[in-house]
Design a protein around this ligand. Structure first.
Ligand code: UD1
Length: 358
């Protein structure tokens, strides 16, 4: 009889907890699944609520590395993960997305000759100012199995000579989103902050290129403040810290700055909103899947399908068009499914069981 494969997932930041949820569920009965949390995100609202609401088993290991500069944070993860891998002896390490936790886990594992699989492989912004872009490229080139969410991602991997290690599994965030959307449809949930359906925008902002320069951050906040509907700004800790440091009031004009929402509340708030304004990767796609218009404050996106299908518009250098872009007419209806059918996690487990030898 074939031995059960032991797969160790390494996560650390908020979007990774969302991706982990369907994977942990799909592993049940098919593989031995362990979870290591690096502790990159540690606040209750950035971490614990996701495990709770999405039914993710508690991590088997927690490094508690916390915040820090890139080098110190990534270095602490590398050292800590090596110890965990030594004691857990996984047949495969599964890494997610593009954060410092992703690249640290991939690097620690390959040096120990442990096969690495990268979920959400092949995404590219081609923007070398983004730390996430380096994390993606380095992780893809070190990993043994590349699990791609879209055909565009598969094409990027092929162009970099990685086609033979790549498998198109679809997007696991779509799995979770559909599950949560369907459960919300069963029991109507009230909107937070007394919001009226269709009467507000949802916004998030945390990319260093938007938050770290006081002029840039003040300009973005100044534009959002002029919108005709209230803007619920779900303030990431990075945004709160920097706004305070730069003396920028987030609660200007139309803006109402509040704490980040738990995942089901976020989906509910986005689904009922008039639009999304963000620099997050995941939220652009979630807006599209819920068919809510999105405006992305970045010069480019990895999720190009959202733009091509007309549901996402990029605004970056010229912020004077931000308000008009957000308040544009809605996009043409589409039934395109570039992110898969909501069964990407099952295909991911299939690919791990057949693609990694142990
Ligand atoms: C990280 C990822 C990014 C991802 C984002 C999602 C990297 C390089 N970036 O960015 O790809 O889109 O997470 O949220 O890995 N902080 C808290 N509490 C927390 C977490 C962070 O206060 O629970 C503060 C830290 O003190 C720090 C800042 O947020 O000042 C940044 O945290 P960090 O983990 O370095 O990166 P993110 O900006 O969250």
């Amino acid at each position: 009889m074939l031995e059960t494969m032991r797969i160790l997932s390494v996560v650390g930041a908020r979007p990774q907890f969302v991706k982990l949820a369907p994977i942990a569920a799909a592993m049940t009965g098919r593989a031995e699944h362990l979870i290591a949390h690096t502790g990159q995100h540690y606040d209750e609202l950035m971490s614990d609520v996701f495990f709770r609401d999405l039914g993710i088993p508690a991590p088997d290991f927690n490094l508690g590395v916390g915040s820090g500069k890139h080098g110190a944070q990534t270095g602490a993860m590398l050292a800590g993960l090596e110890e965990i891998f030594e004691s857990a002896k996984p047949d495969c390490v599964l890494v997610y997305g593009d954060t410092n936790s992703t690249v640290a886990a991939a690097l620690a594992a390959v040096k120990m000759h442990i096969p690495v699989a990268h979920l959400e492989a092949g995404l590219r912004s081609f923007n070398r100012r983004m730390p996430e872009e380096h994390n993606r490229v380095l992780t893809d080139h070190s990993a043994d199995l590349l699990l791609a969410p879209t055909q565009v991602a598969m094409d990027h991997l092929a162009n970099e000579g990685l086609g033979r290690r790549s498998v198109l599994v679809g997007d696991v965030m779509t799995d979770v989103l559909y599950r949560v959307r369907d459960s919300l449809a069963e029991s109507a949930r009230a909107l937070p902050f007394d919001l009226a359906p269709g009467g507000y925008y949802v916004s998030t902002l945390h990319r260093p290129d938007n938050t770290d320069s006081p002029e840039r951050l003040a300009a973005i906040i100044g534009e959002l403040a002029t919108l005709k509907l209230p803007v619920i700004l779900l303030a990431h800790p990075r945004l709160k810290h920097l706004a305070k440091e730069h003396n920028i009031d987030l609660n200007q004009g139309a803006i109402r700055a509040v704490d980040p929402l738990a995942y089901p509340e976020l989906v509910n708030a986005v689904a009922n909103s008039a639009g999304v304004i963000t620099d997050s990767g995941g939220l652009q796609k979630e807006a599209f899947l819920l068919r809510v218009p999105c405006t992305t404050i970045r010069p480019e996106t990895e999720w190009v399908e959202t733009v091509e299908l007309g549901w996402n518009v990029l605004v970056s250098a010229d912020l004077s068009v931000l308000a008009a872009t957000v308040q544009r007419e809605g996009a043409a209806a589409t039934d395109a499914t570039p992110y898969g059918d909501g069964h990407a996690a099952a295909r991911t487990v299939d690919a791990l069981l057949t693609g990694i030898s142990h």
